[in-house]
Design a protein around this ligand. Structure first.
Ligand SMILES: *[C@@H]1O[C@H](CO)[C@@H](O)[C@H](O)[C@H]1NC(C)=O
Ligand SMILES: *[C@@H]1O[C@H](CO)[C@@H](O)[C@H](O)[C@H]1NC(C)=O
Length: 201
């Protein structure tokens, strides 16, 4: 009985270690999976994605990608990359992403609301593209966001209140869009200097 018990415990330990190993592999592959979908929705005449080999264990050696010590993706640096196409909701699955740099491309379509799931995001730079539609209010929920650059696109609607009321955001540029509605420039919104905000009156 005792021996059988030990064997059972041994099997349990082995099973648990396997599950732990598997879960850490699955999480770093989930970043790679999201990036693979992201890549598929974009046209890349400059070959920026050429080093993105899906057969590698992690995406951490891919060009334009940075990871933390746990092999989770923290940066995507693809500014000035001549990309066109659209963004996918799967970007919102890159749990540890801090910097999403996609400025100065020709990306179209809407900004996925799922970017509001990126709780670790510090800097979102989508400026100088062809994004249309509204600014997702979910971006206002991001407590670590310091810089939000959406200028020089074709965005419409209002700047969501949740963004204006998020005082962690130190740089907010929404200039050169097709936005409407009042944008406060005094009181709590003063850190956003007049130049950063489109004035429509
Ligand atoms: C950008 O891509 C277009 C094709 O979509 C190409 O004609 C142009 O030369 C590219 N520009 C640069 C700077 O790579
Ligand atoms: C905001 O964007 C506008 C338009 O591109 C630019 O002229 C201005 O310098 C930007 N402001 C900041 C603070 O980056």
């Amino acid at each position: 009985m005792v021996i059988a018990g030990d064997v059972a415990t041994g099997i349990l330990v082995v099973a648990l270690s396997a599950a732990f190993l598997l879960s850490s592999l699955v999480s770093s592959n989930s970043d790679a999976d999201a990036l693979a979908v992201f890549r598929q929705s974009l046209s890349d005449p400059g070959g920026k994605f050429d080093s993105w080999d899906p057969t590698l264990d992690t995406p951490c050696t891919w060009f334009h990608i940075t990871c933390n010590q746990e092999n989770r993706v923290t940066r995507v640096d693809l500014g000035h990359s001549n990309l066109s196409g659209h963004l996918v909701p799967e970007l919102g699955n890159i749990e540890f992403l801090q910097f999403l740099e996609l400025h100065h491309n020709n990306i179209q379509g809407t900004i996925p609301v799922e970017l509001g799931n990126l709780k670790n995001l510090v800097d979102l730079s989508l400026n100088h593209n062809s994004f249309s539609g509204v600014i997702p209010p979910t971006l206002g929920n991001l407590k670590n966001l310091l810089s939000l650059r959406l200028n020089d696109n074709h965005l419409t609607g209002h700047v969501p209140r949740a963004i204006l009321e998020n005082h962690n955001i130190k740089v907010l540029n929404v200039s050169n869009n097709d936005l409407s509605g009042p944008i406060p420039t005094t009181g709590p919104f003063e850190p956003f200097s007049l130049n950063n905000l489109e004035k429509r009156d």
